[in-house]
Ligand binder design. Structure first.
Ligand code: GLU
Length: 550
């Protein structure tokens, strides 16, 4: 019996061999600096910010090089699969405008290198596993869980490295006849790769982020095909896929670095060109004095759904993650304010090798700047889209009078120094609620009085203002001059400089008076421009709110 007999016994009915697939998926017609990247999520969980970082790197390399970016669904772990995970991932890519060139969605394949769903590629993997058996580089292993557990315990007891290697790789010593007989007798088996590596030697390889790395050479006969569903493991599936899909850059988390010796041995055994590796660092979070790994359990911002649920502007999220992808991004952005982020030239060497610190505060600041530059109408549209999904009451509020909402958003906007108090769509309602009578009446009001707190004095200021100084049609200058006039008449300084010289001569100054006018109207001591707020509210609402103090 030969390896070929063994391979035929295991895979008797394969329609095609590896040569067929090599021809079906030829080298891509790429110029020298055109690259092929892929995002290869396992549909076993939610999309986290590390995945997003990976997508951004994939995407920017594809854009920078005018190459290809494809999405591959790595669904070989059927037990852990979550049914709608890939829909969610596709939605996120779409939401951020990071769409792959090649993909498969709901059975439709776009691109010449598909299927892009691993479970649909089982025949392809089998052809390559069969070839590995024929080459004498893979074999069936019949060890069951109990035997493997016992072996591990034994290794631990003897203080030896655990794993299926060298003399411990028991089934590699079976004769082909023995293997065939066991298979014919219906014994359960997995397929293992047959390593030729020597653990005592080191294998150097290049990671584009960390530079040259050395690891002990792989000597483990790791599993490449599972017994239950005959699907390949990640190690093997990605070898075949990245080879046949002609991936030039494998971008994935640094947790994969220690597996690279395995992957190198696989690529070399088949004579496949190794891809370049960009294995990005962990995303960290500052937690008090320490920096720790961002965690899906403790940190809501670890999940990409957080940004959508809270109505973060997509550009702001992309920008903030770009700042942790490359250390020179912020400087580039300062010099290139209006260019799309894809014009930035990504360099793996400018990635932090030790961990990327993600800071929500920074995202909020970036977001404030971006939202400040949006036109009121656009901000209305975006926040409305958000409200339709996440805040029905807010949606209805906007629906009631869209123009009024736009005017509110327009306060201190579209000017040289626009307001910068909004960093996501979710918070808008909590910033503008006082512009709506029904919300104002409902609210359990906490007035943020400042220097003037005396009830009678407040009442006096508001009554005087309404009786003598308020006029709906005043322009801004007249409006302010009248407030100053009122200051003088009530014993407050209309001139701050004057006040600072002789504070004892006054009850307070114009800022104190304005604060009373502002707080009585909005409850807030800090709001955008009071004149514009008053203009929008109009005399009826103003009088009603001021009268509440009588
Ligand atoms: N399916 C693997 C994961 O989600 C992909 C790793 C890779 O990009 O190669 O971790």
């Amino acid at each position: 019996m030969t390896n070929k007999d063994l391979a035929d016994l295991i895979f008797p009915n394969l329609e095609h061999d590896t040569e067929y697939y090599e021809k079906l998926y030829p080298e891509r017609d790429l110029k020298e600096n055109q690259y092929v990247t892929r995002f290869a999520p396992s549909p076993t969980g939610y999309m986290h910010i590390g995945n997003f970082m990976s997508v951004l790197i994939d995407y920017i390399i594809y854009k920078n090089s005018d190459g290809v970016f494809f999405l591959r669904n790595e669904d070989t772990d059927k037990a852990r699969e979550i049914p709608d995970a890939i829909d969610k991932i596709t939605h996120i890519l779409n939401h951020y405008g990071l769409n792959p060139v090649e993909y498969e969605y709901k059975g439709k394949i776009v691109g010449n290198y598909g299927p892009y769903v691993q479970s649909e590629r089982i025949d392809i993997y089998h052809a390559y596993i069969k070839k590995a058996i024929e080459m004498g580089r893979a074999y069936p292993c019949f060890c069951n869980k109990e035997e493997l557990d016992e072996m591990r315990l034994n290794q631990e007891r003897k203080k030896q490295r655990t794993g299926y290697y060298g003399k411990y790789a028991r089934c590699r010593f079976l004769s082909i006849d023995e293997m065939c007989n066991k298979i014919k007798a219906g014994e359960d088996y997995v397929i293992r790769f047959k390593s030729m590596g020597d653990f005592e030697t080191k294998i150097p390889f290049d990671d584009e982020v960390k530079g040259r790395i050395e690891f002990p050479t792989n000597d483990e006969d790791f599993v490449i095909m599972k017994s239950s569903d005959k699907l390949p493991t990640y190690h093997f599936a990605h070898l075949v896929d990245d080879h046949l899909m002609r991936t030039t850059h494998v971008i994935r988390g640094e947790e994969w670095i220690s597996s690279v010796p395995k992957h190198i041995e696989l690529f070399d055994a088949f004579g496949f060109k190794r891809p370049k590796y960009i294995q990005y660092p962990l995303i960290l979070k500052q937690d008090g004095d320490i920096k720790r790994k961002i965690s899906k359990r403790k940190d809501p911002e670890a999940s990409m759904s957080f940004y959508e649920e809270n109505g973060y502007n997509t550009t702001a999220v992309i920008e903030s993650v770009m700042t942790i992808i490359n250390s020179n991004y912020e400087e580039w952005r300062r010099e290139n304010k209006d260019l799309p982020f894809t014009d930035f030239k990504f360099q793996a060497s400018k990635m932090s090798a030790s961990g990327a610190l993600f800071d929500l505060e920074k995202l909020n600041n970036i977001s404030k700047d971006i939202i400040a530059k949006m036109k009121a109408k656009d901000l209305c549209d975006e926040s409305y889209k958000w409200a339709c999904i996440y805040d029905k009451d807010f949606k209805e509020l906007i629906d009631r009078d869209r123009e009024y909402y736009i005017s509110i958003l327009n306060i201190e906007r579209e000017q040289e120094k626009p307001r910068k108090d909004i960093y996501n769509y979710k918070m808008i309602k909590s910033l503008i609620w006082y512009m709506y009578d029904d919300l104002f009446d409902k609210e359990n009001k906490e007035y943020e009085w400042k220097n003037i707190t005396d009830k009678d004095e407040i009442k006096n200021i508001l009554n005087t203002y309404i009786a003598k100084y308020y006029n709906d049609s005043d322009d801004k200058e007249t409006w302010f001059n009248k407030i100053k006039e009122m200051c003088d008449s009530l014993g407050y300084a209309s001139n701050i400089k004057e006040y600072k010289k002789n504070p004892e001569n006054y009850k307070g100054n114009v800022a104190d008076i304005s604060t009373v006018l502002r707080v009585a109207l909005t409850t807030k001591s800090n709001t955008p421009d009071l004149y514009q707020i008053m203009k929008l509210l109009g005399s009826k609402k103003i009088e009603k709110r001021y009268n509440m103090f009588n």
